[in-house]
Design a protein around this ligand. Structure first.
Ligand SMILES: *Cc1c(COP(=O)(O)O)cnc(C)c1O
Length: 398
């Protein structure tokens, strides 16, 4: 019997069947595979269709995700591209109103080309969401917690309702923020995907995405598209991702503990902080009820775009970078950077504060990170240090 290891062991334990017993799975940096005869084709023939290094990665990811079918592709957006090709003309698609910017861009493109009918709903309002489903609805795209507003959806309730009342709907879930360590979405949804560019790889040196399902028919449809379009992850990138995965658990644990400390610290100064690990988060209990942790992304407001810019541009350890999930800490202003593809009017409608600062916390020493933020906050003038205590200017003085 194969023992069921815990996920901390699974990320490191990567058995392979190399004929020389290499301790690390070999890299098959090859496009083609020679065949024994023209009729007796081996398991692999062409890397677009399959490659042993990619298979090794998919096997490894499948164990973490608890999926039956797992595909590694060349970016998170490729996952979405593959999945959206399952949508038929005229299908009604419901999507959250605070989705990742790139997701919003691709779905809006498909909508504008009239191929799909898109409905944006605040998916954190469970009743509103469930009431907007009709018999024409075929797909539901969800994300939780959203980024950068860190809104949590009631995934168990939504899933239960849809499975019972609208079994024709395919629920698609983007698990980039939580990773398989904190959430197993396939317990609730039909297809999960995530950007492996973020935590799964963790070093910002490759782009990658993972699509997974437990449904045989969907797996065949997904594989057909991946093979037909050629978006499968390249062998070397698959090999690097296998390496990155080994430290996923230890990286993410440190990132989360650092984030919680920073979130509490910012809140104690008086900032409005969005992080599901804070008891002040309106969905703290809901988030805890179906996730095993809080992630490592938080956002906070300053009430001043100018001051936010100064803060972001003057940190020394936090790099001004889009994206997240890397071992080093990042700081950004989503409305200027990662979410600039959402137009200003839509940002306003969705209550995306223009001054919002997002922190993606890495594995550095947390006191160094806090000192770095402190210097930047003081430099911006939003905070003053008086007798060793940090005092935040009140809003009227900004
Ligand atoms: C980054 C990201 C994506 C897109 O992934 P890429 O690897 O950049 O293509 C999708 N969803 C979420 C939530 C992301 O953060």
């Amino acid at each position: 019997m194969v023992k069921d290891y815990s996920i901390d062991t699974l990320v490191v334990h990567q058995p392979n069947d190399d004929k020389f017993n290499s301790s690390i799975a070999p890299l098959y940096q090859t496009t083609t595979f020679k065949q024994k005869s023209v009729s007796d084709l081996g398991q692999y023939d062409y890397t677009r269709s399959g490659n042993p290094t990619r298979s090794q990665l998919e096997f490894q990811l499948g164990k973490l995700i608890k999926s039956d079918y797992t595909y590694a592709v060349n970016s998170g957006m490729s996952c979405l591209d593959v999945i959206t090709r399952l949508i038929k003309i005229g299908d009604e698609v419901i999507v959250g109103d605070d989705l990742y910017g790139g997701t919003h861009r691709l779905l809006t493109f498909l909508n504008n080309n009239k191929s799909i009918k898109l409905k944006h709903i605040d998916t954190t309002d469970t009743n509103l969401l469930l009431n907007s489903i009709t018999s024409n609805t075929k797909f539901l795209f969800l994300e939780s917690p959203t980024n950068p507003l860190i809104k949590v959806i009631n995934l168990p309730k939504i899933s239960k309702f849809i499975r019972k009342n609208f079994p024709q709907i395919k629920i698609i879930f983007d698990n980039t923020m939580m990773t398989p360590l904190l959430l197993s979405p396939l317990d609730y949804v039909d297809i999960q995907y995530e950007s492996a560019t973020k935590y799964l790889n963790g070093h910002h040196d490759i782009m990658a995405g993972v699509i997974a399902t437990r449904n045989l028919q969907l797996s065949q449809d997904l594989f057909f598209i991946i093979n037909a379009t050629g978006c499968g992850l390249a062998p070397f990138d698959s090999w690097l991702l296998l390496r990155g995965l080994k430290t996923l658990s230890i990286r993410f644990a440190k990132q989360q503990s650092n984030t919680l400390i920073i979130a509490n610290w910012l809140e104690s100064i008086g900032f409005k902080v969005r992080y599901p690990g804070l008891k002040s988060h309106p969905q703290y209990e809901l988030h805890k009820s179906f996730n095993k942790g809080f992630g490592a992304v938080l956002s906070f407001e300053t009430q001043s775009i100018k001051k936010s810019e100064i803060i972001v541009e003057n940190t020394k350890i936090f790099g001004v970078t889009v994206s997240f999930g890397c071992v080093n800490s990042l700081i950004s202003m989503p409305c200027r950077m990662s979410h600039a593809s959402i137009d200003e009017k839509t940002r306003k409608e969705r209550n995306l504060p223009e001054d919002l600062i997002r922190l993606c916390v890495g594995i550095e020493d947390v006191n160094d990170l806090i000192d770095d933020l402190k210097s930047s906050l003081i430099l911006s003038g939003i905070v003053q240090e008086i007798d060793g205590k940090l005092i935040k200017l009140n809003q009227s003085k900004l």
